[in-house]
Write a protein that binds this ligand. Structure first.
Ligand code: SF4
Length: 231
């Protein structure tokens, strides 16, 4: 017989947003932690470009999303599951959610490459957990872990949704919301290890921005000097 928690599937909540709270896509959290300007270009200015990395990531996601949900002994696999939290103004899609017989929910997010030094992938997954708790009407903080599946490694890396990760996730969500509401795109700062992998580099032109900033700084210094020299 199904437990009452299992009977909450599919999610019961039927609307995405509440008045006065701008909804933030979970993917935006990852974009923001990678680079706030990248986040603004995608989620404020609505521009996008593909490169090899994004194409590889898309292929990985399509493989994860392909096929219907399935049932294995003791676990139901749900693919491409839309989730949201009205309270936090978040929405997104989980690549895979494992719904275990004992009611445990485990989100699994597919990523290209390997585990990163930054926490961008982890906060996206933690955002999924926060949304899953709301969508399945679970207690806050009741989903304690999930997995990132990295294409290069072909294995899962466990992520614990502890208090610092949850706090960071909600803090970034607020920063993204403020960015969207103010419609502000930060200026570029060329960082080779981030920018050279960024699919938006040709739209962003971070090296030109650096030159422009250099010109502006030079012009301002000349202006200051001329003011100082005046009798
Ligand atoms: S090119 Fe660099 S500065 Fe521009 S959006 Fe990408 S990571 Fe950010």
């Amino acid at each position: 017989m199904q437990s009452s928690r299992q009977m909450n599937y599919p999610p019961q909540v039927s609307h995405l947003s509440i008045p006065n709270l701008t909804t933030v896509a979970l993917s935006a959290l990852q974009h923001y932690l990678y680079c706030p300007r990248q986040c603004a270009l995608i989620h404020v200015e609505r521009v996008w470009a593909e490169n090899f990395s994004t194409a590889e990531g898309n292929a990985l996601h399509e493989a994860a999303h392909s096929g219907l949900g399935e049932t294995r002994p003791g676990v139901r696999i749900s693919r491409s599951l839309p989730v949201w939290s009205d309270a936090h103004g978040l929405r997104g899609v989980c690549d895979i959610v494992e719904i275990h017989k004992d009611g445990t929910l485990l989100p699994v997010e597919y990523k290209r490459g390997r585990p990163k030094a930054h926490r961008a992938d982890e906060i996206q997954l933690c955002g999924q957990a926060i949304c899953l708790e709301a969508s399945f009407q679970r207690q806050p903080n009741s989903i304690t872990s999930g997995f990132l599946f990295y294409g290069k490694q072909q294995r899962r890396t466990a992520v614990t949704f502890d208090a610092p990760l949850r706090a960071l996730t909600l803090e970034i969500a607020e920063k993204v919301r403020a960015m969207i509401e103010h419609g502000q795109t930060p200026s570029a700062s060329y960082t080779p290890k981030l920018c050279d992998r960024c699919s938006l580099i040709h739209l962003c032109q971070p090296k030109c921005m650096r030159l422009k900033r250099g010109t502006a700084t030079w012009f301002q210094s000349q202006l200051n000097a001329s003011i100082t020299e005046q009798p």
